[in-house]
Design a protein around this ligand. Structure first.
Ligand SMILES: NC(=O)c1ccc[n+]([C@@H]2O[C@H](COP(=O)([O-])OP(=O)(O)OC[C@H]3O[C@@H](n4cnc5c(N)ncnc54)[C@H](OP(=O)(O)O)[C@@H]3O)[C@@H](O)[C@H]2O)c1
Length: 352
């Protein structure tokens, strides 16, 4: 073999080894990122039998998988969705037993979180039908488009956070009115995300700093991150205010999941996000295990007011290092500002 071909052989060999090593690392990371392990082992999923559970945004992604799992476990699931016409088109031709169960036990009610009026109507219909609920899962979210809601608020901020704040307050008030009669507990699970780390309050007094679409640094990603930071601050403050009244609040990061969340993200960043998601992220079925864990866990005291990922507390990794999340002052400020916005809106009254 000539020295030249020997060199080319070595180059090919080195490139091959580097490529294989990189592929191995990617596949290993993919497996590590996606496996949630057997976190439900030992949990009694049958505990959910007959429970009334509300899931927002249950027609796609994580919410859809959640509705199916919960209904499969025998819960009565209310799916708050904008897509009722699609959901009522009858069973899929290849339904599995699980899906048939879900078809039988889930109740689809119209909900558009970008409208306070729609949220109020959704709540009233549920109370009229069921009287109370056991678990509220604030799951729905969007990452764009960049626009304002029906109530003239940043769309993403309202759908992801403020609409859920309003809906939760309605269920909390209903729970408090009945607490002496029913001795019932209410669990509220808020879908968070570890991108909250990219969110921040710019000014202490100005909520528009969270939502200001005209700010030079406003992007769909930081609008989304801010809304998720709000969901975590909301969870900790809700827990502080109402744990002693029988309300259990837990925030959950579901991991990176292959869903339609990035579908509105524009430009090259959007293309890259969707490509990475489709190749590397976990499936919704894998992601829901961490949420189911919070639903079935009987003793929730150690989880309340915390953020969980796959059944484990996230405090050590993120929360303790994030100054926004360590600040109770910010959580109180957000709560009060959110109430102020609801009060100033003509439609939104939480005292129903
Ligand atoms: N995917 C991830 O990697 C990831 C990571 C961390 C956290 N999360 C969180 O997980 C949760 C679920 O997201 P996903 O990934 O499953 O996203 P998804 O597939 O886009 O599902 C979002 C759901 O929210 C609903 N929704 C959007 N706007 C709504 C509105 N105005 N009113 C009512 N429902 C509305 C959607 O309904 P339509 O079908 O009608 O649009 C859909 O059912 C979100 O809270 C998200 O922040 C996701």
């Amino acid at each position: 073999m000539s020295p030249d071909s020997q060199v080319s052989m070595n180059v090919v060999l080195v490139v091959g080894v580097i490529f294989s090593a990189l592929l191995g690392v990617v596949l290993y990371m993919r497996r590590k990122m996606n496996e949630s392990g057997n976190i439900l082992s030992g949990s009694n999923i049958e505990n959910l039998q007959g429970k009334i559970i509300v899931v927002t945004g249950g027609s796609n992604g994580i919410g859809k998988a959640l509705v199916s799992e919960l209904a499969g476990a025998g819960a009565k699931v209310v799916n708050g969705s904008r897509r009722l016409s699609e959901l009522r088109t009858g069973p899929h031709p290849n339904v599995s037993t699980q899906n048939e169960k879900s078809e039988r036990l889930s109740d689809n009610i119209h909900l558009d979180l970008s409208s306070f009026k729609s949220i109020e109507t959704f709540f009233k219909e549920i109370i009229q039908k069921y009287g109370y609920i056991d678990i509220l899962i604030n799951n729905a979210a969007c990452m764009g488009p960049k626009r304002t809601s029906d109530d003239n608020i940043d769309y993403c901020f309202q759908v992801n956070y403020l609409g859920h704040f309003f809906l939760s307050k309605l269920f909390i008030n209903n729970h408090l009115k009945n607490e002496n009669r029913t001795n019932q507990r209410l669990t509220i699970i808020n879908l968070a995300s570890n991108v909250f780390d990219m969110g921040s309050f710019i000014s202490d007094n100005d909520i528009t700093s969270l939502t200001n679409q005209n700010a030079a640094n406003y992007t769909l990603l930081n609008g989304y991150a801010n809304s998720k930071l709000c969901m975590i601050l909301f969870s900790t403050e809700l827990d502080r205010r109402y744990r002693h009244r029988g309300i259990q609040t837990i925030a959950v990061h579901p991991g990176y999941v292959k869903t339609g969340l990035q579908k509105h993200y524009p430009g090259l960043v959007g293309v890259i996000l969707r490509c990475v998601a489709s190749k590397l992220f976990r499936t919704p079925e894998e992601a829901v295990k961490g949420i189911l864990f919070c639903c079935v866990r009987e003793d929730k005291a150690a989880l309340c007011g915390k953020v969980l990922f796959d059944g484990r507390l996230m405090e050590k990794w993120y929360i303790e290092t994030n100054k926004e999340l360590r600040s109770q002052k910010k959580a109180i400020m957000l709560w009060e500002l959110s109430e102020k916005i609801l009060e100033s809106s003509k439609i939104a009254s939480t005292d129903i």
